[in-house]
Design a protein. Structure first.
Length: 738
C-alpha cells in the first residue's frame, strides 16, 4: 500500500474529499469534534505524498500551540526532514519573518523590535501626553483598542484622521499620529504592524506579491472564522494567482469579534472564490447524541448560521441536564455534587471542567470546590484571591487592621497613582530605617522627613487621612456599617474601583471587585468564646484570616488530576468528559452588553454553543434564581438560550427550597414551593390602576421584593410586590424546556 493510500485510510467520505482535493479553492466547514486537526495534517501530508514540493506549502494558524501541534502531527506522518522544509506558523510569526526579508520594500528597519502589550500601553500614554491630553480623559486602553481596530483595517493615522467624523475620532487621530512617530523613532513594531505591513505589500507591491505566490503554491488557513481584515488580505494576496487556498473553520465557533475577527471572511468565501469546493464536516466524533443535537438546535437560531448536518454515530447518552438553583451558592454546590457523582462512577477529575462567561463567577465556585476537598485549578487566569486587583483591595483592608503592615502599605500606597513615587518612598524608607520607625509611623510624621517635596507631603497626608478615616468608621463612626459596606467604601474611596474601568480587561476587574463585596456579605458571623458576636473589626479580622488560609491551599495530587475552571473563551479547542456551564441567565450569558446589538447576541449564542460542544458525554447547564451583586441579592431571568435548546434533548431539575435554606431571609417567603408560581422577569402582569405591563427587573429590598414593570400606558413603575395587587398573566418563557 503506497503512502497516499495509507493517508486516506479510516476517513469518512467528507474527510477524504477534504484531504484529497488539492487544486483550487476549498472551504472545509469543520464542526466541533469533526476531526479537523487530523484532516488538516493529513491534507498537508497527502500533498507531499502526491509530489508537491514541501517548501511550497504554507500553513497559517493563530496560536503557537496550534502551530506546534500541526507540525508535530505532520512530522509523525512525513518525518522531520520533510516537515522542516514547509512553513507552518502563526500569522504573526510568518509576518515577522517576512517583514525582515521585505524590510526595504516596507520602508522599515531590518532590525526592528517588537513591542509587547505593556510597551504599547506605555507608548500610548506618552503619545496622549505629547498630544497635550490627559490619560484620565483619554484612557490608554480604549485609545489603543481604537488604534488597533484601525490598523486591522489597514488605516494609518492619516487615513484614520481623514475618515474621522467627530471630535473623539479626530482626537484619537492625533494620538495615533504621535504613536506612529514613537514606533518609527524606536524602530519598533506592534503586533498589528506585523500584519499591516505584510498585508499592504501583498496588496500593493506587484513584485512582492508575485514572488510570494511563486514561493508558496498551496496555502492553508486554519480557524479561518477568526481572521480579521488584514489577515484576509494576506491570505487572498498569497493565493491570488494560483488560487490554491484551503480554509478550515466553523462560522458557529466565531467568538472573537471583540478582538477584530470578521465572520464575513468565512461566510463570503464562495463570493470571493466562486469556483470553490465546499466540504462540510458534520460528523461529531466527540460528543454523544443528545449533546450534539442540543447544541445544534441552539446555534441554528443564528442568522449567520451556515447549515451543516451535525450528527454523531455515538449513542444518545444522557440528556443535557438544565438545573435551576436557588442562588449562586446552591449552584456551586450542585456542580460540585454532580462532579462528585461522576467521580464515583469512575471519571477522573482531569476530565471535568466548569465554564463561565465572566471571571467573577469563579469565586463562589472555588469556595465550593475547596470546601468539598475537590482538587481544582483556574485555567488561563489566576485564582480569585490571587488576582492583582483583589490582592490590592485586600492590601487596603489589611491596613485597617494593622496600620504598621509595611508589606501591604508598599503594595497599595500608589495604587492607583496618587503622586507618591519611588523617590518619595525611598526617602521615607531611609528615614524610617535611620530612626527605627515603621513606614506607617513616618508617613504620619511626614513633615519631619527631609527632602520630600511639598506636593509629595500633601499626597502622603491625604493618603494617611483616608486610611485613618476608614479606621474611625470601622470603629463605630458610621451607624449600621457592615462588612460589605466597609469593603465597598474602601474600593470606592481609594479610587481602586474607578481606576480599573479603563484598564485592560477592565470590565472583568471591576466585576471581580464587586464579587469581593459579595464575598464579604457571605461571611457567616460566628460568636466568640463568650457567646458575643464580634464587632466589625473582629469580622474583618476573621474574614482576612480565612482568605489567607485559602492562599495557602494544600498541594494538589497530580495522580488524580484536577477539575478545570475557565472562561468559555478560554475553553475553545478543548474537550472534557464532564462539563458544567454556570450562569445561564440574562445579562450573564448572554452578556448584558449584547442586548441591543444583534451581531453581539449571535456571538454570545456561538459562545454558548462552543461551551456545550466541549462536553463528550455529560453536560450540566445551571442558572441561579437569585445572584448577589455588591452584597445585594437580585432576582435573575433565565437565559433565553435555555429556551432555544430543543426540549427533547434536555432533562430539567428544579430547586427544592426549605425553611433552612439560604433563601429564607428577605424574599424567602416568596420563593418557597413551586418556583413557577412566583413572579419572574419577563412575566406579563396586570395592575389594578396601571393596567397591563411586563416585569423588567426584580430586586430584593429591606421592605421586600420590588418589581420594575413597563406598563403599556404609564411606562416604567417600580412597585413593592407584596402590596401591588399584581395578577400574573404569563411570561415570555412559557415554552421553555425548563
Amino acid at each position: 500500500m503506497d503512502a497516499r493510500t495509507q493517508l486516506l485510510e479510516g476517513l469518512t467520505d467528507a474527510q477524504l474529499e477534504a484531504v484529497s482535493a488539492h487544486e483550487g479553492p476549498l472551504l472545509v466547514l469543520a464542526g466541533p469534534g469533526s476531526g479537523k486537526t487530523m484532516v488538516v495534517t493529513r491534507r498537508i501530508a497527502h500533498l507531499v505524498a502526491s509530489g508537491v514540493d514541501p517548501s511550497s506549502i504554507l500553513a497559517l494558524t493563530f496560536t503557537n500551540k496550534a502551530a506546534a501541534q500541526m507540525r508535530e502531527r505532520v512530522s509523525s506522518l512525513l518525518g522531520e526532514t520533510m516537515t522542516g522544509l514547509m512553513q507552518v506558523s502563526t500569522f504573526h510569526a510568518f509576518c515577522a519573518r517576512q517583514l525582515r526579508i521585505w524590510s526595504t520594500a516596507a520602508g522599515v528597519s531590518q532590525n526592528y523590535s517588537i513591542w509587547d502589550s505593556a510597551d504599547q500601553r506605555d507608548a500610548v500614554k506618552r503619545a496622549i501626553v505629547d498630544a497635550g491630553l490627559s490619560t484620565s480623559n483619554w484612557p490608554p486602553a480604549a485609545v489603543l483598542s481604537t488604534i488597533s481596530g484601525a490598523k486591522n483595517k489597514l488605516m494609518d493615522a492619516a487615513a484614520f484622521e481623514q475618515d474621522a467624523m467627530d471630535f473623539n475620532d479626530r482626537t484619537v487621530a492625533k494620538i495615533y499620529s504621535r504613536y506612529e512617530t514613537l514606533l518609527r523613532d524606536n524602530d519598533a513594531m506592534d503586533f498589528d504592524d506585523l500584519l499591516g505591513h505584510v498585508a499592504r505589500l501583498l496588496r500593493d507591491d506587484e513584485t512582492i506579491r508575485s514572488a510570494a505566490q511563486r514561493r508558496w503554491q498551496y496555502i492553508l488557513v486554519d480557524e479561518y472564522q477568526d481572521t480579521n481584515y488584514a489577515q484576509f488580505i494576506i491570505a487572498s494576496g498569497l493565493a491570488q494567482s494560483h488560487r490554491n487556498i484551503c480554509v478550515v473553520g466553523d462560522p458557529d465557533q466565531s467568538i472573537y469579534r471583540w478582538r477584530g475577527a470578521d465572520i464575513r471572511n468565512i461566510l463570503d468565501f464562495e463570493a470571493h472564490y466562486p469556483e470553490a469546493r465546499v466540504v462540510p464536516l458534520g460528523r461529531n466524533f466527540r460528543s454523544t447524541g443528545h449533546i450534539v443535537k442540543a447544541a445544534s438546535g441552539l446555534v441554528s437560531h443564528n442568522e449567520s448560521h451556515r447549515h451543516k448536518d451535525l450528527h454523531t454515530e455515538l449513542d444518545d447518552g444522557s440528556p443535557v441536564t438544565i438545573r435551576t438553583c436557588m442562588d449562586e451558592h446552591a449552584e456551586a454546590e450542585a456542580i460540585v455534587g454532580h462532579f462528585r457523582s461522576a467521580a464515583e462512577d469512575g471519571k477522573a477529575w482531569r476530565e471535568m471542567a466548569v465554564l463561565y462567561r465572566v471571571n467573577s463567577l469563579s469565586r463562589v465556585l472555588e469556595d465550593a470546590f475547596r470546601h468539598a476537598s475537590v482538587p481544582y485549578a483556574v485555567a488561563r487566569g489566576t485564582a480569585f484571591y490571587e488576582r492583582r486587583e483583589i490582592k490590592d483591595a485586600l492590601g487596603y483592608l489589611r491596613l485597617l487592621l494593622n496600620p504598621n503592615d509595611d508589606i501591604a502599605l508598599r503594595r497599595i500606597i500608589n495604587v492607583p497613582t496618587r503622586g507618591i513615587g519611588k523617590t518619595t518612598m525611598d526617602r521615607m524608607e531611609t528615614h524610617a530605617k535611620a530612626n527605627g520607625q515603621r513606614l506607617g509611623e513616618v508617613m504620619r510624621r511626614i513633615s519631619s522627613v527631609p527632602e520630600v517635596t511639598d506636593r509629595a507631603r500633601k499626597a502622603v497626608g491625604r493618603f494617611v487621612t483616608m486610611i485613618d478615616g476608614w479606621i474611625a468608621e470601622m470603629s463605630g463612626g458610621m451607624l449600621g456599617l457592615d462588612l460589605a459596606d466597609l469593603v465597598s467604601m474602601v474600593l470606592r474611596d481609594s479610587g481602586l474601583e474607578s481606576s480599573m474601568v479603563d484598564a485592560d480587561d477592565g470590565e472583568d476587574r471591576v466585576e471581580n471587585l464587586s464579587e469581593l463585596v459579595s464575598a464579604a456579605a457571605d461571611l457567616i458571623i460566628e460568636p466568640g468564646e463568650d457567646g458575643s458576636l464580634p464587632d466589625l473589626r473582629g469580622q474583618l479580622a476573621a474574614w482576612l484570616e480565612s482568605i489567607a488560609l485559602v492562599s495557602d491551599s494544600d498541594a494538589i495530587d497530580p495522580e488524580s488530576g484536577v477539575v478545570t475552571l475557565m472562561t468559555l473563551h478560554a475553553a475553545k479547542g478543548l474537550e472534557f468528559d464532564v462539563v458544567a456551564i454556570a450562569g445561564l441567565e440574562q445579562g450573564m450569558l448572554p452578556h448584558s452588553r449584547s442586548f441591543n446589538e444583534p451581531d453581539s447576541m449571535e456571538e454570545e449564542r456561538r459562545l454558548c454553543y462552543v461551551g456545550m460542544t466541549r462536553a463528550r458525554r455529560d453536560l450540566l447547564m445551571t442558572r441561579a434564581m437569585t445572584r448577589t451583586h455588591r452584597g445585594l441579592r437580585d432576582r435573575t431571568m433565565v437565559s433565553e438560550f435555555i429556551d432555544e435548546i430543543p426540549p427533547d434533548h434536555v432533562a430539567c431539575e428544579l430547586p427544592k427550597p426549605s425553611w433552612g435554606s439560604s433563601m429564607d431571609s428577605g424574599e424567602g417567603h416568596l420563593l418557597r414551593g413551586d418556583p413557577e408560581s412566583v413572579f419572574k422577569l419577563g412575566d406579563q402582569v396586570e395592575h389594578p390602576r396601571f393596567g397591563l405591563g411586563k416585569i423588567q427587573r426584580l430586586m430584593s429590598r429591606p421592605r421586600g421584593l420590588t418589581a420594575t414593570i413597563d406598563f403599556d400606558e404609564y411606562g416604567p413603575r417600580t412597585l413593592l410586590v407584596a402590596h401591588a395587587g399584581l395578577q400574573r398573566l404569563g411570561g415570555d418563557l412559557e415554552d421553555s424546556p425548563c
